[in-house]
Write a protein that binds this ligand. Structure first.
Ligand SMILES: NC(=O)C1=CN([C@@H]2O[C@H](COP(=O)(O)OP(=O)(O)OC[C@H]3O[C@@H](n4cnc5c(N)ncnc54)[C@H](O)[C@@H]3O)[C@@H](O)[C@H]2O)C=CC1
Ligand SMILES: NCC(=O)COP(=O)(O)O
Length: 325
C-alpha cells in the first residue's frame, strides 16, 4: 500500500521542454512531492533544496522546491532536445519507478518526454511512458486513461490501442485487447475513483458504430458479442456507441468512463473539454502514476508561460489515489 505521507516523485521529463518551469509552479498543488532531475535545468531564481531522505517532512520551509538530484551529462537548451541527455531522461523514469515500487515514495507523476528525442538520442524502444512503465513493472497489463478534473459530467477516456499508427488499429484492436481494457478500467474505477459500480461506455471503431455493417463490420462481427458476454458477468456496459455522439454532456452523464478504439478517438474529446485540467493516469500498474495531459511544448519552453494546471491536477490525483489505496 502506498503511504500518502511520503512524497510523489515528479520526474523531470524532457528538460528542453516545459517540464523544468512547471516543477516550481507545481508547488501550488499543496501535496508532498520531490522533483527528480538536474537542478541546473530549473528556471533561474528557483528556490530549491536537495533532499536525500524521502521520509523528511514536506513542504520545505519558505516554499522551496525539494530536489532529488539526478545530474545530466550535457547542457540544456530550451526548445532543442540534446541527444546526449536522452539516456538520463529515461534513467530518471526508471529511478522513480524503483522508489515507488520499493515503497520509498507514494507514487510517481511524470513530466512529459519527447518520444522522438528519446528514440533518436538513446534508441528508446517504447512509444511512451505507458509502455515503458508496464515493462519496468515486469510486463504488467496496463491501459492509459485521461481524466478531466474541471468539467461536469467528467470526461474519462481509455484508448484500447495506444501509440500505434492508425492503419494498424483494425488489426490490433482484437476482442482480447478490448476486453482487457474494459476489465482494467472497471477495476481501477472501483479502486482509484471510488465508484462501486462503474458504468463503462464502449465506442465503436467505425463511423456510426458501423451502422449495422454498412460502414464497417467489427461492431457486428465481435464487439456486440463481447459486450453482451461481459454484461452477463455483471459489468454495466453500453455500446458499441457511435463515437461522435458520446462525448457531449448529456451523453457523458450516462457513463463513468469511455473505452475507445484508438488514441485520437479518446484524446480529442478530453483535450478539447479540459486541456488544462486533464490528467493522464496509467491503470493496472502496481504503483501510482499520473502525468499532465500535455506534451513537451518545445515551442514555448523556457519562456515561463506554460500553464501548470494540468501538472497540479496530476499531482493532486496521485496524492488522492495514495490516500484512497
Ligand atoms: N506524457 C508525455 O510524456 C507526453 C508527451 N508528449 C510528447 O510531447 C511532444 C510534443 O507533442 P505535441 O503533440 O506538440 O503536444 P504538446 O502538448 O506538447 O503541445 C501542443 C500545443 O499545446 C501547447 N501547450 C502544451 N502544454 C501547454 C501548457 N502546459 N501550457 C501552455 N501551452 C501548452 C503547446 O505550446 C503546443 O502549441 C511529442 O514528442 C509527444 O510525443 C505528448 C503528450 C504526452
Ligand atoms: N498523447 C498522450 C501521450 O502521448 C502520453 O503518453 P505516455 O507518455 O503517458 O505513455
Amino acid at each position: 500500500m502506498p503511504r500518502p505521507d511520503l512524497p510523489i516523485i515528479l520526474t523531470c521529463g524532457e528538460p528542453a521542454g516545459i517540464g523544468p518551469e512547471l516543477a516550481p509552479k507545481a508547488l501550488a498543488a499543496g501535496v508532498p512531492f520531490v522533483f527528480l532531475g538536474d537542478p541546473s535545468h530549473l528556471p533561474q531564481g528557483t528556490e530549491w533544496q536537495e533532499v536525500e531522505d524521502l521520509s523528511a517532512p514536506l513542504p520545505l520551509p519558505q516554499g522551496k522546491l525539494a530536489v532529488l538530484r539526478h545530474d545530466f551529462p550535457a547542457p540544456n537548451l530550451f526548445g532543442r532536445p540534446e541527444p546526449r541527455n536522452a539516456q538520463a531522461v529515461i534513467d530518471v523514469i526508471a529511478r522513480a519507478v524503483d522508489l515507488a515500487m520499493s515503497g520509498q515514495a507514494a507514487g510517481i507523476c511524470t513530466l512529459p518526454i519527447n518520444k522522438e528525442a528519446l528514440k533518436t538520442g538513446a534508441g528508446f524502444p517504447f512509444p511512451g511512458h505507458t509502455e515503458y512503465l508496464a515493462h519496468l513493472a515486469g510486463g504488467a497489463d496496463v491501459v492509459m486513461m485521461l481524466a478531466s478534473t474541471t468539467v461536469t459530467p467528467p470526461c474519462r477516456v481509455v484508448p484500447a490501442t495506444i501509440h500505434i499508427a492508425l492503419e494498424e488499429v483494425p488489426r490490433q484492436l482484437t476482442p482480447e485487447v478490448l476486453e482487457k481494457a474494459i476489465r482494467i478500467t472497471h477495476a481501477a474505477m472501483r479502486r482509484d475513483f471510488g465508484i462501486a459500480e462503474p458504468r463503462i461506455a464502449v465506442a465503436g471503431l467505425n463511423p456510426h458504430a458501423g451502422e449495422n455493417g454498412v460502414m464497417g463490420r467489427q461492431e457486428i462481427d465481435w464487439m456486440r458479442a463481447l459486450i453482451a458476454d461481459l454484461r452477463a458477468e455483471g459489468f454495466a456496459l453500453s455500446g458499441p456507441l457511435p463515437a461522435d455522439t458520446m462525448f457531449h454532456a448529456p451523453a457523458r452523464a450516462r457513463y463513468d468512463a469511455a473505452v475507445c478504439a484508438y488514441h485520437d478517438q479518446a484524446l480529442i474529446p478530453i483535450k478539447t473539454l479540459d486541456f488544462s485540467g486533464g490528467v493522464n493516469v496509467t491503470l493496472g500498474l502496481p504503483f501510482i502514476r499520473t502525468s499532465p495531459d500535455h506534451g513537451t511544448a518545445l515551442d514555448i519552453a523556457g519562456r515561463g508561460i506554460a500553464d501548470a494546471d494540468s501538472v497540479i491536477a496530476a499531482l493532486r490525483m496521485a496524492h488522492d489515489m495514495a490516500n484512497r489505496r
